[in-house]
Write a protein that binds this ligand. Structure first.
Ligand code: HEM
Ligand code: HEM
Length: 234
């Protein structure tokens, strides 16, 4: 039986291995809960900014935008609570649970691996490198676009929410300052909306990369976020 370090080393050299347990249950659960919450948030958020036409006359059954906003706020709570749980797990979980929060941004060797991955994704390298956790390019994108992006969406989302929830509500106490710091409500609305496109861009590239690497990188990818285990091939 190889130790974790030995397997890590062997994996980097691309030797045949069995499987390594990477993503613990809380990470996997959080990932898929976040996928559902963000899907609801992006669909409902888009229409909050571009509402459906409301016709005058009998308004029975006309609460449509009310339901859309309710779904947005409910999914917003789910996203935020799940994110808080994920931060807790960065402390409590294994080393891979910290990867997306703490990329080694000041390590030159690590950046050259980021560049290697970039070339690999552009079909300029013949053989993939193997990683037990995320590859460095994935980690850097997850940190800048997903972690910082989600924090921004949670802060601006609850700042907007606090306008309706009122003074003294916890959302006002924790995030009310965001409205002041960014100027006014309209600016926060616009930046919150811009965040939708930033996150959507991340998700498109992320899902493409997951599918591509599942086929090309000679290691398990998508099933790893389901079972937790990564297996390697020569
Ligand atoms: C992935 C995360 C999220 C996305 C993509 C998203 C997207 C959007 C979009 C596109 C809008 C319309 C902005 C506009 O054009 O005025 C919006 C509004 C809003 N969002 Fe989010 N949102 C996210 C997270 C959250 C969270 C966590 C909350 C917290 C509850 C939240 C609360 C709100 C509120 C209060 C509004 C304004 C509703 C209104 O003016 O009627 N959002 N969101
Ligand atoms: C709203 C959509 C999505 C978001 C925001 C998202 C976000 C993330 C994040 C932040 C991670 C890092 C997990 C961690 O280390 O804690 C991750 C990993 C992963 N995601 Fe997603 N994801 C989304 C959709 C999907 C979908 C649809 C798939 C399936 C095709 C997928 C497959 C994966 C896989 C396989 C990993 C692990 C990659 C690896 O082992 O290096 N994701 N995702």
């Amino acid at each position: 039986m190889l130790s974790h370090e030995q397997m890590h080393h062997a994996a980097r050299q691309g030797r045949t291995l069995h499987s390594v347990y990477v993503y613990q249950a809380p990470v996997r659960l959080w990932h898929w809960v976040t996928v559902v919450a963000m899907t609801v948030l992006m669909a409902t958020g888009y229409f909050i900014g571009k509402p459906f036409l409301m016709l005058p006359g009998n308004d029975a059954g006309m609460y449509l935008m009310g339901y859309v906003r309710f779904a947005h706020f409910a999914a917003g709570y789910v996203l935020a609570i799940a994110f808080a749980g994920r931060i807790y797990w960065a402390f409590a979980g294994n080393e891979h649970a910290r990867q997306i929060f703490l990329p080694p941004l000041f390590n030159g060797a690590w950046w050259s691996e980021v560049m290697f991955e970039l070339r690999w994704y552009f079909f300029l390298e013949d053989r993939p490198k193997k990683y037990v956790g995320h590859n460095p390019l994935a980690a850097v994108m997850m940190f800048f676009l997903f972690v910082l992006g989600s924090l921004f969406m949670i802060a601006t989302g609850f700042a907007l929410y606090s306008e309706g929830a009122g003074h003294g509500h916890w959302s006002d106490v924790l995030f009310g300052w965001v409205l002041v710091a960014l100027g006014d409500s309209q600016t926060v609305h616009s930046l919150h909306r811009l965040g939708l496109w930033v996150l959507l861009s991340f998700i498109f590239v992320h899902v493409y990369a997951a599918l591509r690497e599942d086929i090309m990188s000679r290691q398990s990818i998508i099933s790893t976020m389901i079972s937790g285990w990564r297996s390697f091939r020569d």
